[in-house]
Design a binder for this molecule. Sequence first.
Ligand code: F6P
Length: 342
Amino acid sequence: MHIGVLTGGGDCPGLNAVIRAIVRRAEATYSDTVIGFHDGWRGVVENSWRPLDMGSCRGILSRGGTILGTSRYTPFNLDNGVARALNTIQELKLDALVVIGGEGTLSCACEMHTRGVGIVCVPKTIDNDISCTERTFGFDTAVNIATDAIDRLRTTAESHDRAIFVEVMGRNVGHIATWAGIAGGVAYILTPETPFDIQELSDALLRRKSSGRHDSIVVVAEGAQPQPGTLELTEPSVDVYGHKRLGGIANVVAAEVEKRTGIETRVTILGHVQRGGTPTSFDRVLSTRFGVAAMDAVQAGCFGSMVALQANKIELVTLREATAQLKPVDKDLLDVSRVFFA
Ligand code: F6P
C-alpha cells in the first residue's frame, strides 16, 4: 500500500514518535511505502510532501514538535480546497491517509472520509479533550511540566507569603488544570467545566491564610469562565484560522483577588512551554502503540476510524463518534480535586 501521513493543529510532544511507529510498522511489517504531508492539511491541498522511511525517522522518538510541520489549515475554508485535496490523493495514488490531530484536524478528516478517502486517525492534543479515548498523547508531558512548575512556585510563594496563579492550557476543558492541580496539591483550581465565583475563591484564600498557610497556589485553565455577571473579561482576538487566542485570564483573576483580599498575588502563564520539549516515557509508549495500531487498522481496511486508549488497550472507535463532542473532566475527578480546596 501507499500511505500518506499528516500532523495537524497545535503541535504536541509525541508526534514524531507516532510518525516513527507508523513508518516502522508500514515498512518492516507490511512492505508499504509512506509519504508525509507538510504542515497538516495544507500539504494535501498544495501537494507538498516528502517521502518517509526508517532512515529518515531515525532519532526522532524523543524529539518534541513534528518533523512534518503542522498548521490549523483546513481545506473546507478554501475555495476548491476539498477538490484540490482529493485531487492530490488521487494523483499520488494513495491507498490511505493517517491523520494525527486534535478536534479540528479530526473533524476535517471525518468529512474527507465521507468523500471517499480511506482515513485512520490518531488522537493528539495536550488538552486531552478527544472523546472515546482515555488519553491523547502529549497530555502526560504537559501535566508533568505543569506539576513541576507548581512545585517550584510553591517555595517562592511560601517565602513571600503570596498567592501565585498558574495559568495552564485547556481551552474548553480542564484536564491539565485538574491533574496538575491535584498532583501539585494546590489551594484552588479553575476549569472551563465549572464557572467560578470570584468571591468564593477570595474567601477560600483568606481562610487558608488565617489558618497559617503562606503558600497559596491557584491553577487557572486558560478557558476558565466566571459565573455570569461576576467579572468583566475582554473578548480574545482570533488567529488567521479564526481560532481564539486565549491566555491571560489568570492576570484578571489575580488582580481581582488581590483587590478583594489584600493578599499579594503573582501570575505565571505556562503557555507553550507545556507543548515543547521531549515527551515523557508514557507519551512515547502511547504514541508508539497508537502509530502501530493505526497502520494495522489501515492494513485491515478499517477506515473512518480512530485509535483509542480504553482500559489500557488500544481499540478502534468510529471517527464520527470520536468527533461528536469534546470530553470534559470526569465529575468524580473534579469532586476529588475539591476535597483539597482551601
Ligand atoms: O493544541 C491545543 C492548544 O494547546 C490549546 O490548549 C491552546 O489554547 C492552543 O492549542 C494554543 O494554540 P496556538 O499554538 O495556536 O497558540
